[in-house]
Design a protein around this ligand. Structure first.
Ligand code: FMN
Length: 192
């Protein structure tokens, strides 16, 4: 691949992953730093990609540890690996949090399937399991909007991309930086 094609190809693959369940970039790892300065990582579904703004959208529970961590420290890394392409994308950036009832959270909630909405109906993530809540969750007649008040949207804005492709005998790695408008400000091959 030519250096000038690396960036566009990476963002095209990320965008495609939002509708392709088989894509290796459909589930990525979102990293944060906790209050004790320890790195934290978890799998999340890549919901939407803004190729111009270099932004990735994720959905989560606003009671979760990641929400608290990213509220306190918005610096984040998103890591993806696609087996088919033998491609690792390591994006660095900042996360914006959009609370429940914000315009973005309302719009995203309205597009969720009933099944996905139901995942927000339980008790606070990480708390001890409460079987009463679990039993209530399984009742068919439960209000579909029950989880809306804890549903939040995370917008990750990339300021850099570390692109790494495994190729037998010739691994390739490119370092790309973005300016505040999302334009490529630097792009170069680096030693893998
Ligand atoms: C394949 C997969 C996809 C997941 N997608 C999400 C997601 O989109 N949003 C989310 O909040 N948690 C998702 N999770 C659960 C998280 O990985 C994590 O366990 C949970 O959000 C609690 O993380 P936290 O304690 O760091 O906040 C997913 C887990 C798996 C295994």
């Amino acid at each position: 691949m030519k250096l000038e094609d690396v960036d566009m190809s990476a963002w095209t693959k990320l965008a495609a992953a939002t509708t392709d369940r088989q894509s290796g970039f459909r589930i990525v790892t979102l990293c944060s730093v906790d209050a004790a300065s320890r790195p934290q990582a978890r799998a999340v579904v890549l919901r939407r990609v803004d190729r111009i703004g270099r932004a990735l959208e994720f959905h989560t529970d606003t009671r979760s540890a990641k929400w608290q961590e990213l509220s306190a420290n918005p610096f984040s890394t998103v890591l993806g690996f696609c087996v088919q392409d033998q491609l690792q994308l390591r994006l660095h950036g900042l996360v914006e949090l959009h609370q429940s009832d914000s315009a973005l959270a309302n719009s995203a909630w309205n597009q969720l399937s009933p099944w996905t909405r139901a995942t927000y109906r339980g008790g606070p993530p990480g708390d001890d399991l409460n079987d009463t809540v679990r039993d209530e969750k399984s009742l068919a007649a439960v209000d579909e909007n029950a989880g809306k008040s804890v549903f939040g949207v995370l917008i990750f804005r990339a300021d850099g991309l570390d692109w790494f492709q495994l190729q037998r005998g010739e691994n390739r790695r490119a370092a790309i930086a973005y300016d505040e408008a999302g334009l490529v400000s630097d792009c170069r091959w680096v030693n893998p």
